[in-house]
Ligand binder design. Structure first.
Ligand SMILES: Cc1ncc(COP(=O)(O)O)c(C=O)c1O
Length: 313
C-alpha cells in the first residue's frame, strides 16, 4: 500500500474497511470535541460520532458549481471545540469534487483552528469526463491529514472488508492502537486479495471499472433527464446520483418508500444523508446495465405519476 500510495510503511494502517478506518481515526481525537462533516453526508459520518460521543456539525455543499464545499460554510460552522473536519472526494452521495483553490482556503481555516483533516477517499480513482481529485498531500500539512482509502469499490471486494489510513507516523500509531482494540486486524483473506490486486498492477483493472461505470452513468443520465421532476447534476466521480424530486408532496423517506412499494425499485432516502426534506434520493449506477435501465425507468414512472404536482414528465 505504501508503494502504491507513494508513502512510507510506517504511515499506513490496514483496517477493516474504510469503515473502521473512520472509527479508529475518530477514536484518536481528544474529548470533548465536535467534528465537522459535509451535508449531505455519508450516513456513517453522523452514526459514528453519535456512538463515540462526538458532537456533529455540518457544512453545506453547494449545488452550483458541482456540489463543491465553500470555505465560508466551513468557516461559519467551526466551533471552539471542533477538532476534526471530514472531506470526502468524490463525494457520496453527490459525486462532487471540490477544486484545489477552495481546498487551499480550507487548509488555512483548518490550520488556524488546529483541525485534523480526515480525507475520505473511498471513491478516489473513480472519476469521469476528465475530472480529478486534487492531491491533498500538496495542500495540507502531513501532520494534520489522515487519508482514508478503501479496497471495496476500486477493487470490487466490498465483502472482504479492507481499507487503510495514511497519516503521519505518530497518528498512524494511535490509529493502529485504536483499531487493535476494535478489531485487532483486518481479515487475512482480504489482505491477501488486496496484495494480489496491487502486485498485478491496479491501473488496468481500475480503467476497466471506470469505463463500465462511465457507460452506466451515461445511460442513467439519459433516462433520468427525461423526467423534469428529477433534478440532478451529473456526478464528477463515484457511483451515485443525488436527485431532488421537484414539487414532491412527500418527504424523502416517504418517496423512497413509494418507489419500493409501488414502483418496485429501491432507492436510498435523503434522510440517511441528513436531508429528510424536500424529497431527495440517491441512486446507484454500480449495477448491471439491464437492471439499471429497468430500475431507473420504474423510478421515472413513480416520479411522473406523483399526484399533487402541476408538472409531469
Ligand atoms: C464515503 C464512504 N466512506 C466509507 C465507506 C465504507 O467503505 P468500506 O466498505 O471500505 O468500509 C463508504 C461505503 O459505502 C462510503 O461511501
Amino acid at each position: 500500500v505504501a508503494d502504491w500510495q507513494r508513502s512510507e510503511p510506517h504511515e499506513v494502517a490496514i483496517t477493516v474497511g474504510a469503515s473502521l478506518a473512520l472509527v479508529a481515526t475518530l477514536c484518536t481525537l481528544p474529548r470533548p470535541a465536535s467534528i465537522l462533516v459535509p451535508r449531505p453526508y455519508y450516513s456513517a459520518y453522523s452514526q459514528v460520532p453519535a456512538l463515540l460521543g462526538l458532537d456533529l456539525l455540518t457544512y453545506e455543499l453547494d449545488r452550483e458549481p458541482g456540489w463543491q464545499l465553500s470555505a465560508n460554510s466551513v468557516a461559519q460552522s467551526i466551533r471552539a471545540d471542533t477538532r476534526a473536519l471530514i472531506l470526502n472526494h468524490p463525494h457520496n452521495p453527490t459525486g462532487g469534487i471540490t477544486d484545489a483553490p477552495t481546498l487551499r482556503q480550507v487548509e488555512e481555516l483548518a490550520s488556524d483552528a488546529s483541525l485534523l483533516v480526515i480525507s475520505d477517499e473511498t471513491y478516489a480513482g473513480i472519476v469521469f469526463d476528465g475530472a480529478s481529485v486534487p492531491d491533498l498531500r500538496s495542500i495540507f500539512r502531513d501532520r494534520d491529514l489522515v487519508r482514508i482509502l478503501s479496497f471495496s469499490k476500486l477493487f470490487g471486494m466490498p465483502g472482504e472488508r479492507l481499507g487503510c489510513t495514511i497519516a503521519a507516523r505518530e497518528r498512524t500509531t494511535s490509529i493502529i492502537n485504536a483499531h487493535w482494540s476494535l478489531a485487532m486486524s483486518a481479515p487475512a483473506s482480504g489482505q491477501a486479495m488486496a496484495l494480489q490486486a496491487l502486485r498485478a498492477g491496479p491501473d488496468r483493472h481500475i480503467r476497466a471499472l471506470v469505463d463500465q461505470l462511465a457507460r452506466n452513468r451515461e445511460r442513467a443520465i439519459e433516462i433520468l433527464s427525461k423526467c423534469r421532476r428529477l433534478r440532478f447534476l451529473a456526478p464528477s466521480g463515484g457511483c451515485f446520483i443525488w436527485i431532488e424530486v421537484v414539487d414532491c408532496p412527500l418527504d424523502s423517506r416517504s418517496f423512497a418508500q413509494l418507489c419500493h412499494e409501488v414502483g418496485g425499485v429501491k432507492v436510498v432516502s435523503g434522510h440517511f444523508f441528513g436531508v429528510p426534506s424536500p424529497a431527495h434520493i440517491r441512486v446507484s449506477f454500480a449495477v448491471p446495465p439491464d437492471e439499471l435501465t429497468a430500475g431507473l425507468r420504474r423510478l421515472v414512472h413513480v416520479a411522473s405519476t406523483l399526484e399533487s404536482s402541476p408538472r409531469t414528465c
